[in-house]
Ligand binder design. Structure first.
Ligand code: X2X
Length: 333
């Protein structure tokens, strides 16, 4: 190494080491909360990211993980995140839309056909536009989303084959205008309930059904309180890894980079683990007694078109966002 590059290296290494060393004293202690059980890939990979961060910063950044709705349901955690009582949350982009309206666009019914389309959109132009809107709301989204999955309908009344079978069905949906609108447009009677209260709502028959990816259905043991599972794939859902803006800004840049890199790396790994889980859980659920059927997707789409669902939402979203969404998914209406 000649003298000049040695000097450069020394300065770069010194700079990189500085905040991490200094920060070890200032000690960034954060709370990260989410809604998934500890055996769900969301928890496994996000918790691994937090471990990597502690290691890579020499414990200068320590993130305690509160899984499984320990700190409240999704909308309560979102309130805590915005108030700074917790500093990180992974949250469905549709639930986040209560604060950032454009973030529900990925939930438009039957839009994404497969994961290639999903990740091209969410890692590309559409995701970038949504992240910009999230930042305007004082939250910081990591670049890579975590996967929840394509959603299927379970209920206790009958197999749902055509849209008409949903008529009047009391169905739990997460707290989000997009979810309510989708199931109202399909003729069902949806109610917004946080995931934390879903099992009990099904058990006590406050609602007849719910919809989720198979991984969540199995890990939450919904087969104990549901009989039928209709493979509708009516919507893809994913979670943003969100930071409270002030807490994020309180860290020096090199520590922020260590955090973002770990969250993003584990997001990429989680997408694979989670896709495998959702693809390989049907047999397990059949073994637990859940009865599966395919649906007539064309009848669902026709119902959404004739009820004005697509036309209404096209009006509500900013033009640039809708254009990015349509170019990623193909025309929906
Ligand atoms: O609340 C749900 O249904 C869940 C677990 O899928 C979400 O996080 C949106």
């Amino acid at each position: 190494m000649d003298k000049r590059s040695f000097l450069k290296f020394g300065i770069a290494a010194g700079t990189a080491g500085f905040s991490i060393g200094a920060a070890a004293k200032s000690n960034f202690k954060f709370k990260y909360a989410h809604n998934a059980p500890t055996d769900h890939p969301l928890h496994i990979h996000a918790a691994r990211a937090c471990e990597k961060i502690a290691q890579r910063t020499n414990n200068a950044v320590q993130i305690d993980v509160f899984p499984n709705n320990q700190l409240g349901g999704d909308t309560e955690m979102l309130g805590q995140l915005r108030a700074g009582a917790i500093q990180f949350q992974t949250l469905s982009t549709l639930i986040l839309s209560n604060v950032v309206p454009s973030s529900s666009i990925s939930g438009v019914g039957f839009a994404f056909k497969n994961y290639d389309e999903v990740w091209a959109a969410m890692d590309g132009k559409l995701g970038g536009l949504i992240r910009a809107d999230i930042e305007k709301a004082g939250l910081v989204p990591m670049e890579k989303m975590y996967d929840n999955g394509f959603r299927q309908i379970t209920n206790n009344v009958k197999p749902i084959v055509t849209a008409r079978d949903l008529e009047g069905l009391k169905i739990r949906v997460p707290v989000s205008p997009m979810w309510l609108s989708l199931f109202k447009s399909l003729g069902a009677a949806p109610t917004s309930i946080n995931w934390s209260d879903t099992y009990v709502a099904l058990q006590t028959k406050v609602v007849d059904g719910q919809e989720n990816p198979l991984g969540f259905i199995n890990l939450a043991k919904l087969y104990e309180v549901q009989q039928f599972c209709s493979k509708s794939n009516h919507m893809w859902d994913g979670m943003w890894f969100l930071a409270n803006g002030k807490a994020w800004a309180s860290m020096p840049e090199d520590l922020r980079k260590v955090c973002a890199d770990a969250f993003n790396e584990e997001a990429i790994a989680q997408r694979k683990t989670n896709e495998n889980l959702n693809n390989n859980t049907e047999q397990t659920l059949r073994g637990k007694g859940l009865k599966f059927n395919d649906v007539d997707v064309a009848s669902f789409k026709a119902q959404l078109r004739s009820s004005g669902f697509y036309a209404d939402w096209k009006e509500k979203f900013p033009k640039e966002i809708w254009a990015a969404f349509e170019s990623a998914t193909g025309a929906t209406s």
